[in-house]
Ligand binder design. Structure first.
Ligand code: SF4
Length: 711
């Protein structure tokens, strides 16, 4: 059965309630500040504190509502973020009341979506899920969630729902965001960590752009250039790079070679504490041997970074500390991501990051804290109230291909979804539920995912908006935004109330899971009336497979690091045990530029306007960036007759898309750089569906190839 994108919606008859809602929605679309309905209402304004969940900064927010209308939002001065809200936070009101919101549950019949009641929609899903379970087993269901739910306790409820159904397959945005970084750190020092930005004298932004991804910290980071050192290692001269002490336009995919070159300089100059290294690290001499081949001329040849700059970076990092490194997706999204992050982490160990002279408070999980009873802790504790559903027999998707990913993240590797649907490897997946996820746009291999969507017995999208993925779904359910759901603070306390009442017929994701579980005969595992009530129950820790945690072989009495050896491991015992090189080796991207595809394709950096595929339905945000763009160096663009504003076609070995060129000298010469999240100019159509990091399974979004031509 083919499933062309569907635009036809067969509506229920308008109710009086629908008609009453039409006026304020029109006002919201017109972008007015005080809403018509609200301003005429005599209802009192209520103010509620909550958390902005558009991104991981989780800024404190206050919503002012009149009736069921969110009239205004502002930053919460008493919160951790001290009143800060970026333009996305301020766009919350517009998003909640957007005319593009999904209003009713819908079921596809042929080429049309039909509006149905919640009861009908859930019955349809339950019936089809039971059929999938009977034919392919319960593991044939995968639940996938996206960014808005990262670190949200709902993720534990997804696991609970999946496990009650009998499936180990829950996948989150961790399968392509941040987990490689945390794994690289933990495989080196036993835990994830982040830098104390305020205390650092030298700050290195390595493939990260906090000006866009972490705006509350922008001014703190920018300040490092005054009285300290700000080093930006990035193919693009970002806003922060303009302020920086050094902008280092590294050739994409060669960051590992640069890190090993820096290690060599540090070792050769003796800029490290030998006694500390001998007592607390494993594999120093092996690391020295590995780094010895990365001479300055060789590093310059590989990375494009001048030898003198390499030496200067090493000196600033080693001798003008405390040094903080903020590594980002620019390093993660390659076939060599985890090992490159291990090289960076090894460099941090060498320059004294963990010898007590720098900032131990910045280690999120203090090394050794839970060492005796629990080695190499996973990053996220799964906790849930009794009764806990019985353990699942099947192994999660990706457990065989990327066992370390599953060990650290306790979830399926979602990038393998298309293979499981199309090739039944390692077993068939036939039902997918997407919650706050637009996987068909944001995951690796869009074409293959579209093909997979056609083969599925059931695709469900649960989202506030009618996304690209929703268009190809069998059932579409209107979800609330975070503003319409109970707030969850950083300690995972669930509030009793939301910022604003649910709009239209939208339900919070939690309620969808509870009601669907009842339809599936699994209601005994969801006996609570609200998430707030459930959060008050006594919770227990649980995981799919307790046998999976590695056992330590203690070699020291008082281990400083929660690795297998209890030392910082330049040579990782766990990696070797799993068949990977123990040392942080660098391997070049497997796709090498050719005359046909001469440019290195870098996809995924976030533009200022959007957060991945979020906000594309919000007019005030759309007004800031009307079209997808590709950034090209002047030396590449000019001979092709391309200038800023020219429409261009970008072609890779996998597909082509059209975008608008931005021509500048502020980008590494050999690159074409474009943001992700655009449905009509989706760079995931240009990227290999198979190139992944061998340890984490992360897609190589930034190691592609392409050519560019004028349209
Ligand atoms: S930085 Fe912006 S989008 Fe992120 S949580 Fe804060 S206000 Fe929301």
């Amino acid at each position: 059965m083919t499933r062309p994108p569907i635009n036809t919606v067969v509506r229920k008859k308008f109710t009086r309630r629908d008609l009453m809602k039409a006026a304020p929605i029109g006002a919201a679309l017109a972008g007015t500040g005080a809403l018509v309905a609200g301003s005429l209402s005599t209802e009192a304004v209520a103010s509620t504190k909550g958390t902005c969940r558009f991104c991981l900064m989780h800024c404190g927010i206050i919503g002012h509502t009149r009736g069921d209308r969110l009239e205004k939002v502002e930053g919460d001065l008493t919160s951790r973020t001290k009143g800060f809200l970026c333009e996305h936070g301020f766009a919350l009101r517009e998003m909640v009341h957007s005319g593009a919101r999904l209003k009713h549950p819908m079921v596809r019949k042929g080429d049309e979506f039909h509006e149905v009641s919640w009861d009908e929609a859930l019955t349809e899903i339950a019936t089809r899920l039971q059929a999938v379970k009977a034919k392919h087993g319960p593991e044939a269901l995968l639940l996938q969630t996206g960014w808005p739910m990262v670190r949200h306790p709902l993720v534990n409820w997804l696991h609970r729902f999946a496990r009650a159904f009998g499936s180990p397959n829950v996948s989150t945005v961790a399968s392509l965001c941040e987990a490689s970084l945390r794994m690289g750190q933990a495989l080196t020092v036993g835990s994830k960590y982040s830098s104390d930005i305020r205390r650092a004298k030298t700050m290195v932004l390595w493939g990260s752009n906090p000006g866009v991804t972490a705006p509350p910290f922008l001014h703190v980071v920018a300040k490092k250039a005054d009285g300290g050192n700000l080093i930006v290692i990035d193919p693009v001269k970002t806003g922060l790079a303009r302020e920086a002490t050094m902008w280092v336009p590294v050739r994409p995919g060669t960051d590992g070679a640069l890190a090993l070159g820096l290690i060599r300089v540090v070792l050769e100059n003796g800029w490290f504490d030998r006694a500390f290294m001998e007592a607390n690290t494993l594999g120093l001499e092996d690391l020295r041997a590995l780094a010895s081949t990365y001479t300055l001329p060789e590093v310059e040849r590989l990375t494009g970074v001048p030898a003198l700059d390499v030496e200067r970076i090493a000196r600033l990092m080693a001798q003008e500390g405390p040094t903080g490194v903020w590594a980002g997706l620019g390093v993660e999204h390659h076939e060599n991501g985890v090992q490159t992050l291990r090289a960076i982490s090894s460099l941090e160990v060498l320059i004294g990051r963990f010898d007590g002279t720098q900032e131990p408070r910045s280690v999120l999980t203090p090394p050794g804290a839970r060492f005796k009873d629990e080695m190499l802790p996973a990053f996220y504790d799964l906790v849930t109230p009794e009764p806990v559903p019985p353990p699942v027999k099947a192994r999660a998707l990706g457990r065989d291909a990327y066992p370390l990913y599953e060990m650290f993240n306790r979830e399926a590797q979602g990038q393998l979804l298309a293979d499981a649907v199309l090739r039944d490897t390692p077993y068939p997946i036939r039902a997918v539920m997407l919650l706050a996820s637009n996987a068909l746009v944001t995951s690796q291999g869009t074409q293959r995912l579209e093909e997979a969507a056609e083969k599925l017995d059931l695709l469900v999208t649960i989202d506030p908006f009618f996304t690209e993925s929703a268009r190809r779904s069998d059932v579409v359910l209107p979800a609330t935004t975070f503003a319409e759901s109970p707030d969850v603070d950083d300690a995972d306390n669930v509030a009793a109330q939301s910022l604003v009442a649910p709009q239209h017929e939208a339900w919070p994701d939690w309620k969808v899971l509870v009601e669907l579980s009842k339809k599936l005969g699994l209601g005994e595992y969801f006996p609570w009336a609200s998430m707030h009530e459930a959060s008050k129950q006594k919770h227990v820790r649980w995981m799919h497979d307790p046998q999976q945690q590695p056992k330590p072989s203690l070699t020291v009495e008082q281990p400083k690091f929660a690795t297998l050896s209890g030392r910082a491991e330049f040579k990782s015992q766990l990696l070797e045990r799993e068949g990977h090189p123990g040392l942080p080796v660098w391997t070049p991207p497997t796709e090498v530029p050719t005359p046909e595809f001469p440019l290195r394709l870098v996809t995924g950096p976030r533009p200022r306007a959007y957060i991945n595929s979020q906000f594309h339905d919000v007019p005030s945000v759309n007004a800031r960036m009307r079209t997808a763009e590709v950034i090209l160096h002047t030396d590449v663009a000019r001979p092709l007759g391309i200038s800023s504003g020219t429409r261009v076609k970008v072609t890779s070995p996998y597909g082509s898309i059209q975008l608008t060129a931005v021509v500048t000298n502020d980008v590494q010469r050999e690159c074409a750089v474009m943001a992700a999240g655009f449905a009509d100019a989706n760079p995931n159509r240009l990227i290999s569906p198979d190139k992944r990091d061998p340890i984490s399974g992360f897609p190589a979004f930034r190691s592609g190839l392409c050519r560019v031509e004028k349209v």
